[in-house]
Unconditional design. Structure first.
Length: 52
């Protein structure tokens, strides 16, 4: 998928992004990405993708 570099370093089991996860959000098309340590995480199946 365009814009997705690789699978994020953590899985949903290690950290689940959501309303109270402590990370800033960014609207992206029809979903929300999470700003995490200077990059975006986009939910994808059982993990997050690192996004450009």
């Amino acid at each position: 998928m365009a814009g997705h570099d690789k699978q994020a370093e953590h899985t949903k089991a290690e950290h689940t992004h959501g309303d109270n996860c402590g990370h800033d959000t960014m609207e992206h098309d029809d979903h929300v990405d999470y700003l995490h340590d200077g990059h975006r995480h986009s939910e994808h199946e059982d993990h997050y993708d690192e996004c450009q």
